[in-house]
Design a protein around this ligand. Structure first.
Ligand code: PRX
Length: 649
């Protein structure tokens, strides 16, 4: 492999950034040498009602995994994200909201944020929401979504945000799993000029979950569209908010009390409720936001994620607000009304730091340079990438065309489970290599292991594990600690297994190569192949299904489904389309198969296990490299699969 181009740290960056390379080396070494002392100091970046005396109490020991940080400290997240800024930044804008329609925007100061969040918290409190209660939030990208999250945090309640693109069925499963009695939603969402029937989806989800499962649905008005309201259960937020004051004390919460649950896909079973707690999460989200984005007063920071994903939690809401930042929230999509939208928003609000996903960059890159070049982007000084490996071509385009060779790119590797960024450049410290997430953040101890768990040294390739805890780490799978230990700590004892493959080069830079388990990453959205398979086999005409990822120019990976029909069913184009719609309805549009191949039989071992390796190779067009097929129960099925392979899009 040829050595990639190296982009050194611009000298003005080394000077102005919080951390230059020397500082990085020193502080990283200190964080490895004495984690207690390092984090004991860093923990002070947030306010504590009762200071902690214990810093780190963590164990990855087989069967006894337990993760506690700052455990005797007492604090409140909403206090840290709002109240503590009021004296110095009450009139500073906390949230800039840019609507789907370019003529709509709002500016919310920290003082206004305080009033809005207190009101929202009082509305929840009047519905018996208190410490430890779960609240499901199914909202579009409007400020009320952030108010609702912070209102839960203010009361010590636990939010579970469900991405607005998930179907009623997926929403129902998540409501039931965490037992949330309250759901917060909108009449409708608005994206790219199209309406999304959020309230109607909630109604359908509650029918599916069981009417007795949900006591209250709080409905924020967004479009004014007509929605059904069930008396006694459903309430308009604007009406409920008129009945309460804008004062609500921030409840004292233990560092290890839960803050939120976020469902994410794994290799097997239904999505897991990833549980994050209070103190360590906020310290880590705030610290990474501060250093990775080199956030300074006066910056306008924009992360284009949706609050339905962890990136929205840590880097639209909690990290930036804990730092007293101005964070931009965007309701729309990158190509509406035109392909210039991102860059127009940057000019309109003078955005200085811009954080987005490779899939968006690749899609916009296809539209050529003109939609970018016609805008100024003079305010930009730093770019970020997250969610999937960024291919060097997309990186170079982002750097050259969007950032005009002026803005470093921080390619941040992390996961829902990690709470915050673990491997990333720091813009004043790290020379960049396109496609590499570069080096570990302070306190993060990555290792690369082979299949047997042997730790590899120097330049190598294998599976990525993290050898010790960091404060932002998830604490458990909600309601299933055994599954937590099995999923993340059983493969390599005493290490957290990320599920990612990774290469380390001679400079110690990390290159994430993608998932090594049955998780696929479609446009930066994580999808378990097992989930799509179980949606497909729920269709009455389907007998069996196997789903794999394949390389896709825009999405990174596409979803390739092999489907065996029930005896007597006929393979038609109409049925193919029907199955795609079926999966969309069962899970949501993000799970739509890109390609469906009808297969009379799937390659199985004699014990009946589907050989996914072969299916992956066929989907990737690597027919010449199918490996040993002699152990298959019926090797002839492979020839049929190869000759009927669907054409790649
Ligand atoms: O495979 C890695 C990929 O996304 C996975 C985590 O997905 P999720 O929990 O949905 O969180 C996404 C946002 C943090 C990882 O296991 N991934 C995320 N960021 C990168 C990445 N792969 C390569 N480079 C990245 N920067």
């Amino acid at each position: 492999m040829s050595e990639p181009h190296l982009y050194p740290v611009p000298s003005e960056w080394a000077k102005r950034a919080y951390v230059d390379d020397t500082a990085y080396q020193e502080r990283y070494a200190a964080s490895m040498r004495d984690p207690e002392a390092f984090w004991g100091e860093e923990g002070k970046r947030i306010d504590w009602f009762t200071p902690y005396t214990r810093v780190k109490n963590t164990s990855f020991a087989p069967g006894a995994v337990s993760i506690k940080w700052f455990e005797d400290g007492v604090t409140n997240i909403a206090h840290n994200c709002i109240d503590r800024h009021l004296a110095t930044r009450g009139d500073q804008v906390a949230i800039i909201w840019e609507g789907d329609d370019p003529s709509e925007s709002r500016h919310i100061t920290y003082r206004e944020l305080h009033d809005e969040v207190c009101r929202f918290a009082n509305v929840l409190r009047n519905r018996d929401v208190g410490k430890g209660d779960r609240v499901t939030i199914y909202m579009p990208m409007i400020p009320e979504a952030a108010f609702a999250m912070l209102a839960c945090a203010r009361l010590g309640a636990v939010h579970s945000v469900v991405f607005g693109g998930f179907s009623p069925d997926s929403l129902a499963g998540r409501i039931v799993d965490c037992g949330s009695k309250v759901v917060i939603t909108c009449d409708e969402g608005l994206r790219g000029g199209r309406k999304v029937p959020l309230k109607a989806n909630v109604d359908a989800a509650i029918v599916k979950a069981g009417e007795d499962k949900v006591d209250h649905v709080i409905v924020v008005r967004r479009t004014g569209g007509n929605v059904a309201m069930k008396p006694g259960r459903d309430v308009w937020y604007h009406q409920a908010a008129e009945m309460v004051t804008s004062e609500c004390p921030a409840v004292a919460v233990g560092a290890e009390d839960p803050l939120f649950i976020l469902y994410t896909s794994g290799s097997t079973g239904s999505p897991k409720g990833v549980l994050h707690t209070t103190g360590g999460y906020l310290v880590y989200a705030s610290m990474t936001h501060h250093y990775v984005f080199d956030y300074h007063d006066g910056d306008i920071y924009w992360c284009t994620a949706d609050i339905g994903w962890v990136t929205g939690h840590s880097y639209i809401v909690y990290g930036p607000l804990a730092n007293g930042a101005t964070t931009l929230m965007f309701e729309g999509v990158p190509n509406y009304p035109s392909n210039s939208r991102f860059w127009e928003v940057i000019d309109k609000h003078k955005v200085t730091i811009f954080y987005t996903a490779p899939t968006a960059i690749r899609a916009l890159m296809q539209g050529g340079d003109a939609p970018v070049s016609k805008t100024s982007r003079a305010s930009l000084r730093l770019l970020g990438s997250v969610g999937e490996p960024i291919n060097p071509e997309a990186w170079e385009w982002y750097y050259r065309v969007v950032g005009e060779n002026r803005c470093p790119i921080v390619d941040t590797w992390w996961q829902t489970e990690t709470g915050g960024i673990l491997i990333t450049p720091l813009p004043g410290a790290t020379a960049l290599k396109p496609g590499s997430a570069t080096r570990p953040f302070f306190g993060v101890r990555p290792e690369i292991v082979d299949a047997e768990g042997t730790v590899l040294e120097g330049a190598c390739e294998g599976n990525l594990v993290i050898a010790d805890s960091w404060p932002g780490q998830m604490r458990t799978v909600y309601g299933d600690h055994e599954r937590f230990m099995q999923t993340y700590f059983a493969t390599y004892p005493n290490k957290y297994f990320t599920g990612d493959g990774c290469r380390r080069d001679a400079d110690g830079y990390y290159w994430i190569t993608g998932r090594v388990d049955d998780v696929i990453n479609v446009s930066g959205h994580r999808m378990g192949t097992a989930e799509v398979e179980s949606a497909l086999v729920a269709h009455p005409k389907v007998s069996e299904a196997a789903v794999v990822g394949y390389p896709h120019d825009i999405k990174g990976q596409g979803i390739y489904a092999y489907v065996t029909l029930m005896a007597g069913e006929v393979e038609t184009e109409d049925l193919r389309k029907e199955l795609i719609v079926w999966v969309r309805t069962e899970i949501g549009p993000i799970a739509s198969p890109d390609l469906i191949q009808f297969a009379p039989g799937l390659p199985k071992t004699r014990s009946g296990k589907i050989m996914r390796r072969i299916l992956r190779k066929i989907a990737e067009d690597e027919f010449g490299n199918l490996g040993d097929t002699s152990t298959l129960a019926d090797p002839a099925v492979v020839d049929d699969l190869v000759s009927n392979r669907q054409n790649k899009k």
